[in-house]
Design a binder for this molecule. Structure first.
Ligand SMILES: Nc1ncnc2c1ncn2[C@@H]1O[C@H](COP(=O)(O)OP(=O)(O)OP(=O)(O)O)[C@@H](O)[C@H]1O
Length: 319
C-alpha cells in the first residue's frame, strides 16, 4: 500500500543544504498499522509530507495505493486521509457543516457528504456535538474531528502526524480506542508518527525508527526489543562472593549478553528473561547460592533506540 524507494529530500538553508531525508526505503502492506518514531528533526514529518504529496521529493520515488506521488498526486490524494499536527477545523464553523464542506471538497455530492458526516459523527462519538462551533470542542474532541475530516472520502490509507500530542492521558486513550475501532471496522492501513513510545509499542504492529534522515530499524515492537535490547534479570544474593560466583553462572546462560555485579546485586542482559529465570535460579541453587530477590525487566522501545544510537529517544524527543 505504501512503498518508498531511495526517497531523498534536501532543503536549502542559509547555513547550507539540510538533508532531511537521506534515502528512505519502506514497504507497508494493506491493513498494517505502522508507527514511525524518531527524535525531533529526524525527518519523520518530511517523509510523511512526501508520501502524502505535500512536498516533492528531491529524488527517489514513492507509490501510495498503486499511484506515484509525483506523477499521479491527485490519485494518491483520493486514496489517503492525512491528519497533520495542527487542527484542520475552522473555529467558527459548526462540526457537522465542517465535515460536509470537507466532503464536498472531496467531490462528494451534498446528500452523500451529509450521510458520510453523520456516519463519522457516530463512529467518532461526536454526534452530540454536531451543531457546536469547532472552537468550543475540547482538545480530544477536536482531534477526533480532525480524524473524521481526514476520513470523509473513505480513504483506504490514513496518515496521522502525531495524532495524540498535547492530549491528556485519558483523551489519548480515548482517541486510540476510536482509531482502533475504525480500523477493525474498515481494515484501513494506518501510518503514524508519534513521540509516545508506549503508544507505538502497544498500538503498532510494526515500528520504523528514523534517525538523522535514515531508517535505522524496521520490525515488530516485540522483535526489536528482543533483538536489539533484550530482557534484564536482576538478582540479589546473600553476599558479594556469591554475587561474583553468580555472575560467572549468568554469563553461561544461553544468549546471555552481559552480566554485571554490583555488591550483592547482579544484572544479566539476555533475550528471553522470563524463560531463563527459573533455569538461572536452578543453577544458582545447584551451587548452593540462594537468590533473595529476583525479577525480570522487559525492555522499552527507548532501550531499543539507546542500543542503536547510544542516545535516549525519550530524552531527545522530549516525550
Ligand atoms: N522547510 C525547511 N527548510 C529547511 N529545513 C527544514 C525544512 N523543513 C524541515 N527542515 C529540517 O529537516 C530536518 C527534518 O525535519 P522534520 O520536521 O522532518 O523532522 P521530524 O522528525 O518530523 O521532527 P519533529 O519530531 O520535531 O516533528 C530538520 O533538521 C528540520 O530542521
Amino acid at each position: 500500500m505504501i512503498h518508498a524507494r531511495d526517497l531523498v529530500r534536501t532543503f536549502k538553508s542559509k547555513a547550507g543544504p539540510v538533508e532531511a531525508v537521506r534515502g528512505l526505503n519502506i514497504d507497508v502492506a494493506e491493513g498494517e498499522l505502522v508507527a514511525f518514531l524518531g527524535p525531533n528533526g529526524a525527518g519523520k514529518s518530511t517523509s510523511v509530507r512526501m508520501l502524502t504529496t505535500l512536498l516533492p521529493p528531491t529524488s527517489g520515488s514513492a507509490n501510495i495505493g498503486g499511484f506515484d506521488v509525483v506523477s499521479e498526486p491527485a490519485e494518491v490524494r483520493r486514496r489517503i486521509g492525512y491528519v497533520g499536527q495542527g487542527t484542520g477545523s475552522g473555529p467558527y464553523h459548526r462540526v457537522r457543516d465542517e465535515l460536509v464542506t470537507q466532503g464536498r471538497a472531496q467531490r462528494l455530492g451534498t446528500a452523500a457528504a451529509k450521510k458520510r458526516a453523520d456516519e463519522l459523527l457516530v463512529m467518532l462519538e461526536l454526534d452530540g456535538l454536531a451543531d457546536r462551533n469547532c472552537a468550543s470542542l475540547s482538545g480530544g474532541q477536536k482531534r477526533r474531528l480532525d480524524v473524521a475530516l481526514g476520513l470523509m472520502h473513505t480513504p483506504p490509507i490514513l496518515f496521522l502526524d502525531e495524532p495524540s500530542t498535547g492530549l491528556d492521558p485519558h483523551s489519548r486513550a480515548n482517541l486510540w480506542d476510536h482509531i482502533l475501532k475504525l480500523r477493525r471496522k474498515t481494515g484501513m492501513t494506518i501510518f503514524l508518527t508519534t513521540h509516545y513510545l508506549d503508544e507505538a509499542d502497544t498500538m503498532a504492529e510494526r515500528v520504523m525508527v528514523m534517525d538523522n534522515g535514515v531508517l535505522i530499524a524496521d520490525d515488530t515492537p516485540g522483535r526489536l526489543k528482543a533483538d536489539l535490547a533484550g530482557d534484564t534479570i536482576r538478582v540479589s544474593v546473600l553476599c558479594e562472593d556469591q554475587a561474583v560466583q553468580a555472575g560467572g553462572i549468568a554469563r553461561n546462560l544461553p544468549g546471555a549478553r552481559e552480566a554485571k555485579v554490583d555488591g550483592r546485586n547482579l544484572t544479566v542482559a539476555l533475550p528471553d528473561g522470563e524463560a531463563l529465570l527459573p533455569e538461572f535460579i536452578r543453577r544458582l541453587h545447584q551451587e548452593g547460592i540462594e537468590a533473595i530477590s529476583a525479577r525480570v525487566e522487559r525492555p522499552t522501545l527507548d532501550d531499543v533506540f539507546l542500543g542503536l544510537t547510544g542516545r535516549s529517544l525519550r530524552e531527545s524527543a522530549g516525550a
